[in-house]
Ligand binder design. Structure first.
Ligand code: FAD
Length: 517
């Protein structure tokens, strides 16, 4: 942040004396109104920060990085672009935790949303907690929303696994985790948005007011506007959680039990779990057993070696200190009748925040080991329930286990379509229950291509046997693939784009309406 501020002081000099090096550029920052000019930063260091993302696979250099001090600045920038004979592209940058260049632009302008949170800009009311909702700036990160809410004994209900993501970034996708089956994705927990559209208009929208823009922006991959504020539902915060892992050596019992657990929500909410996810433990390095007591690790390793692949259900029940007496009984009832491998059930009891923020401790470890900022050829999918067994055979056992190159996490858990609002832009398969499958790989540059080939094989397998899968955080390569991804929503998506961003200015890195650069 301080670098951005320092940079501002000599930007005018830069613009006056720095020859505009991009002859092909159809516009020049010298054309920009003076108040915008000083927020357009072009030094190599700043440009390089905006030229990469968590994926470390795609690199694009913008013409400038924009450091807005207010929402109005964003609106002026977008209006300026629209006023040119050939408008330049504009990409909002939340935290750059995309893996495929989604928040980048070649030769356009990256809007560094974090600048809105800069204290020097007097924007210190960017998280305001009310009785049952919180108003949050689009640039805010979820961990800060959690902290502010907890101060009042409240909490958002729907989460992502990792909390250092921006609110605008996750709401542009969906925001999913083990709570989604119960509370819906994060986009189902939004009451209202402020959006600066692709025309530069600042619009407040909800299901009642300017609803087309509201539905378009939620899950809209940044195509219709820049989210500058979201009003997010809150509920009472629990104090603690019981956090369980149950191990399975058989996919069908694993998935049956997962589906049973999420079905409890529709039967009796107080008996239902608050979070259900699942993972694979593969007989491939690295086998991360850090969750389990040291004494149990050898027998878990033997189980994994014996079967090659073990499925684990991750299950959580929230509780408060004053219900300490009942919680053990509730857990007993919850796991009664489940078909995990006898005795392979493990439990932790932690604070609510420690559970929600669990991935951050992995981040700290990986950063120390120098393996956080390396390539991440991730693949995220929604697989319909009717084909998840075929997916297990064809992908988990048929490709991943056989090829033996997996380094990272494979997550798999069911969720339900009825908790999603189909008017929103987010895309899900055409069945009530579908599985989230996230292949979260980390690799050195030397192995990157192997993973990319494997991802293509997985996508091809799904296509060949007609799995009816939809990508999450989609990475389509052609127009036809985008049309297929959106399915019956494509026409509406296209129409909304023409209405809210007619010059195709916003989020070009998604490659939907702009050619993939
Ligand atoms: P960016 O990468 O900065 O931007 C993503 C897209 O949104 C870009 O197209 C950008 O232009 C656009 N955009 C950014 N801000 C705005 C805004 N304010 N208004 C409009 N458009 C905007 N996702 C889940 O759902 N569940 C998870 O559990 C989960 N875990 C993750 C864990 C890790 C370690 C990582 C790296 C990612 C994870 N994700 C998860 C994916 C994550 O939600 C998306 O990548 C999200 O886009 C990241 O937010 P960001 O702020 O970094 O967005």
């Amino acid at each position: 942040t301080s670098y951005f501020i320092l940079s501002k002081t000599f930007i005018i000099l830069l613009c006056l004396f720095h020859t505009i090096d991009s002859q092909s550029q159809p516009w020049s920052p010298l054309d920009a109104p003076k108040e915008l000019l000083q927020m357009l930063i072009r030094d190599p260091f700043t440009l390089s920060l905006a030229s990469t993302d968590f994926g470390h696979i795609i690199h694009k250099t913008p013409f400038a990085v924009f450091a807005p001090s207010s929402i109005q600045d964003i609106s002026k920038l977008i209006k300026f672009s629209n006023s040119l004979p050939i408008p330049f592209t504009i990409a909002a940058l939340g935290r750059g935790h995309s893996v495929n260049g989604q928040s980048m632009t070649n030769d356009g302008v990256v809007v560094n949303m974090t600048e809105l949170n800069n204290n020097n800009n007097n924007n210190n009311n960017r998280i305001v907690v009310y009785d049952d909702y919180v108003d949050v700036g689009g640039e805010q990160i979820w961990i800060d929303v959690l902290h502010a809410s907890l101060e009042k004994g409240l909490t958002p209900l729907s989460w992502t696994d990792y909390l250092y993501l921006s609110v605008g970034g996750t709401l542009s996708n969906a925001g999913i985790s083990g709570q989604t089956f119960r509370y819906g994705p994060q986009i189902s927990n939004v009451h209202e948005l402020d959006v600066v559209t692709g025309k530069g208009d600042l619009v407040t929208c909800s299901t009642k007011k300017n609803s087309k823009l509201f539905y378009a922006a939620l899950g809209g991959l940044g195509q219709f506007g820049i989210i500058t504020r979201a009003r997010i539902a809150l509920g009472p915060a629990p104090q603690r959680v019981k956090w369980l892992h149950l191990l399975y050596n058989n996919f069908s019992t694993f998935s049956e039990d997962q589906e049973h657990l999420i079905s409890l929500d529709g039967i009796n909410k107080s008996n239902a779990p608050n979070y259900v996810e699942g993972m694979l433990l593969l007989n491939q390095p690295p086998l991360d057993l850090s969750f389990y007591p040291k004494i149990d690790r050898p027998r878990i390793t033997s189980l994994v070696t014996q079967y090659g692949i073990i499925y684990l259900i991750e299950l959580v029940k929230y509780y408060n200190d004053n219900s300490q007496d009942h919680i053990d009984q509730e857990i007993e009832t919850l796991v009664e009748g489940l078909n995990f491998v006898p005795t392979f059930i493990f439990e932790k009891d932690v604070l609510y925040e420690e559970f929600l923020n669990r991935v951050h401790s992995d981040e700290v470890t990986l950063r120390k080991q120098g393996i956080w900022d390396i390539p991440h050829p991730w693949l995220n999918m929604f697989v319909p329930k009717s084909r998840i067994a075929d997916f297990d055979e064809g992908v988990f056992k048929g490709i991943i286990l056989k090829q033996n190159i997996t380094a990272g996490l494979a997550i798999v858990y069911p969720t339900n379509k009825s908790k999603w609002d189909d008017n929103m832009s987010a895309v899900t398969p055409n069945e009530e229950i579908f599985y989230v499958v996230s292949l979260l790989r980390t690799t050195g540059f030397d192995k990157l291509e192997e993973f990319q080939i494997q991802n293509q094989q997985i996508l091809q397998f799904c296509k060949d046997v007609g799995i009816g899968m939809k990508q999450y955080l989609p990475q389509m390569k052609t127009h036809e693939e985008w049309v297929e991804q959106f399915g019956h929503k494509w026409k509406v998506f296209e129409k909304r784009k023409a209405q809210f961003d007619p010059n195709n200015i916003l989020s070009p890195g998604q490659g939907i309406f702009n050619k993939i650069e």
